[in-house]
Design a binder for this molecule. Structure first.
Ligand code: 1CP
Length: 343
């Protein structure tokens, strides 16, 4: 067993495990060096040996208690034929975003081993190199739909919101297809060797509560039920993360997930009091804290750890991904603070 899997299942631990969202990425000089000589972000994802190397970089440097497979949430829409590109400084762009009902009705569920096999290959290459658990992941249907309809990252995703207002039934057709696609993608990742899966619902917080339930949570619940009802995947812990979802923790727990990721706008102590009896919690230091002085970083790290002093059911993480402008030394300080906790 491992600290990470023990904490998620609330078995006793000597200290909380630590990993950070986007731990494999642009703040690391060794990542940027590899990116320089590789043919772009997607080709790095699609070359299992490179994806493996990038997954291992932060494990080697910091000794995190879990690894996350190097990939992206937008692999599913890419496999559906939307033509994903990454332009430097602009983020993801789809050449063929979904413009109308025909575009949506033409889509089909990608077969994970044939059209996303590079992700499963990366998992199979990486797993034997690790002595900590490996996390697989997917975007939530709502968050994937956001990029597929909008075509790129635009604040507020106005075209997605317009589709929700004007043609909700059409959006539900898309979300349902994505829920089926995400289920089979995560099943394939689990069969290939990941120990846990995490669903990133980065844009669920754009919605109000009834719309969140209808357009995001109901599809997350479907995916959790599918995985829990399949004997091959039933035992694999599932982490749900809705950025901006702090008000909705109770209904997120009702999906049957094992852990919730929480962002920094939500009080960890209050979240624990509300749902800590039912699920493990993961989070939630503000990523901006890593730009501050050492004493502040230590103080904020300890403030999270103290909420669970002497108890299991907690995984230290940031409240969202680490940003590219962070000094890697600051991450050492954070990890050392967690690892020496309670000793
Ligand atoms: O230019 C580069 O080198 C690419 C930068 C990059 C990286 C390192 C992108 C483009 N994706 C990733 C990796 C990535 N993305 C991981 C790998 C594992 C790890 O965490 O270390 C993961 C889990 C993701 C997930 C992801 N991609 C999310 C969900 C999590 C979150 O941060 O909210 C989202 C929304 C994306 C889309 C995406 N891909 C890349 C970027 C820059 C973005 C965000 C675009 C936006 O701002 O909307």
């Amino acid at each position: 067993m491992s600290l990470f899997l023990d904490a998620i299942s609330k078995r006793p631990v000597s200290r909380p495990p630590v990993w950070i969202m986007r731990q494999a990425g642009r703040y690391l000089p060794e990542y940027r060096a590899l990116r320089e000589k590789s043919g772009g972000f997607m080709s790095m994802c699609q070359t299992p040996e490179i994806a493996c190397e990038i997954t291992l970089q932060p494990i080697r440097r910091y000794g995190f208690d879990a690894a996350i497979i190097f990939s992206d949430i937008l692999t599913i829409p890419d496999a559906m034929g939307l033509g994903l590109r990454f332009e430097p400084g602009q983020g993801p762009i789809f050449d063929s975003p979904l413009k109308n009902a025909n575009d949506i009705k033409r889509l089909s569920v990608p077969d994970p081993e044939s059209s996303l096999g590079y992700v499963m290959d990366a998992i199979r290459v990486t797993k034997p190199e690790l002595d900590v658990p490996l996390i697989g992941f997917s975007g939530s249907p709502w968050t994937l739909a956001a990029y597929m309809v909008q075509g790129r990252s635009v604040p507020g995703f106005p075209q997605l919101i317009a589709l929700k207002e004007e043609q909700p039934q059409l959006l539900h057709i898309l979300l349902d297809l994505l829920a089926t696609s995400v289920t089979s993608y995560l099943e394939a990742q689990i069969s290939a060797g990941v120990d846990t899966v995490m669903l990133f619902d980065t844009w669920g917080g754009l919605l109000d509560k009834p719309a969140y339930q209808a357009f995001s949570l109901s599809y997350l619940a479907k995916i959790v039920a599918n995985l829990k009802n399949n004997p091959v995947t039933a035992q694999t812990p599932i982490i749900l993360f809705t950025k901006g979802g702090g008000e909705w923790l109770e209904i997120m727990v009702d999906t049957g997930c094992d852990a919730l990721g929480i962002d920094w706008t939500c009080s960890l102590a209050r979240a624990k009091a509300r749902v800590g009896g039912e699920v493990a919690l993961q989070g939630n230091m503000n990523p901006e804290t890593l730009k501050m002085d050492d004493d502040t970083i230590i103080k904020e790290t300890l403030a999270c750890l103290d909420v669970y002093r002497g108890e299991s059911g907690y995984i230290f993480n940031l409240g969202h991904g680490i940003t590219p402008d962070i000094n890697p030394e600051k991450v050492h300080l954070l990890v050392d603070t967690v690892k020496s906790y309670g000793q």
